[in-house]
Design a protein around this ligand. Structure first.
Ligand code: 13P
Ligand code: SF4
Length: 314
């Protein structure tokens, strides 16, 4: 596929290939605008998990990062799950390797941890967990954990701290974080506030404490759409990955969305999310690869905490 093809040609090609392969395209809110525009569904990790569970299509082309496509495969072992670029990983997921978590749990057996894993982790880490959560349901999930159990929350220390602020439930936090969200600082957001005094600041819970404190709203990417639509404000500083701006501008017309700045940069890209391109989307549909594969042992062990999450958050 030629990158310079007009978008109508691209759309027609993708539509034809989708039919041929009986495929559905699921895309995360951080994907490139051209990819969001050809997807059947665009959303956050929670919405995407439900769509992956519900789809009747034989093939899921997952435009997001590796752990998201893996999640779709965990709950759909009989389907073909494609990811446009297999190297589209996640720095947060990488900050909690399964062997480190296993060793930690073994050396802390006496604590009998109930492991709550944020969905941004590998299938092998999910397999070691009791329940999964996303930024959209984390407080609800944590509040359902039996009161007599001590919680280990992996891998995001910022999201974990935010959940404790919301629920009052103390948790031991794995010290992982996301390379995009830790770049936002108190100084960078204070500057944006001074520049746009009329704006509401909306931030993702993966941001550090000082940034969350400065925000008018802290929520998942999906809830950002609802918040901005329902708010009386006309201008918003959006403190998360840049892909979010496309969805907001499209679905909340007539309002102004400013990318949250960091100390070095006016807008933030996740280098993994941006590895997927329209060319790679077409190639994946045409050739039926790269495909996500999992050993049945890991898949089965990862499925239980994931299904528990889907049930608890309904
Ligand atoms: P959401 O589930 O809020 O979309 O977040 C996913 C993510 O990777 C944030 O960095
Ligand atoms: Fe992972 Fe951060 Fe990219 Fe989200 S934005 S996929 S947490 S590296």
């Amino acid at each position: 596929m030629n990158a310079s093809k007009p978008s109508s040609d691209l759309n027609a090609e993708i539509l034809a290939l989708k039919k041929e392969r009986d495929a559905v395209i699921l895309a995360h809110n951080y994907q490139l605008p051209e990819i969001q525009d050809v997807a059947d569904y665009v959303g956050d990790s929670l919405g995407l998990s439900y769509r992956a569970q519900e789809t009747g299509a034989k093939t899921i082309l997952f435009c997001g990062v590796h752990f998201m496509a893996e999640t779709a495969k965990i709950i759909n072992p009989a389907k073909t799950v494609l990811l446009p670029d297999l190297d589209a990983g996640c720095s947060l997921s990488d900050s909690c390797p399964a062997d480190m978590l296993r060793a930690f749990l073994e050396s802390n057996r006496d604590k009998d941890y109930y492991v709550v894993a944020y969905i941004n982790c590998s299938a092998a880490v999910k397999a070691l967990s009791d329940v999964i959560c996303t930024s959209g349901n984390a407080a609800r999930i944590v509040s359902r954990v039996p009161q007599d159990r001590r919680i280990l929350f992996v891998p995001d220390q910022n999201l974990g701290a935010w959940v404790t602020e919301q629920t009052g439930r103390p948790m031991d936090l794995w010290q992982g974080n996301c390379h995009v969200h830790v770049e936002f600082t108190r100084e960078s957001i204070e500057k944006a506030r001074a520049q746009y005094p009329e704006a509401k600041v909306v931030a993702h819970p993966e941001c550090p404490y000082a940034v969350r404190l400065l925000a008018d709203e802290v929520c998942s990417t999906e809830k950002m759409v609802a918040y901005c639509r329902e708010s009386n404000a006309k201008t918003f500083v959006v403190v998360t990955e840049s892909g979010m701006l496309h969805r907001l501008r499209k679905e909340v017309p007539g309002k102004v969305f400013i990318p949250g700045p960091t100390d070095n940069c006016a807008c933030s890209d996740c280098r993994f999310m941006k590895m997927n391109t329209p060319d790679k989307v077409v190639a994946a549909l045409r050739h039926g690869r790269p495909e996500i594969t999992l050993t049945e042992n890991v898949r089965r062990a990862a499925e239980a905490p994931l299904l528990r999450m889907l049930e608890w958050s309904r």
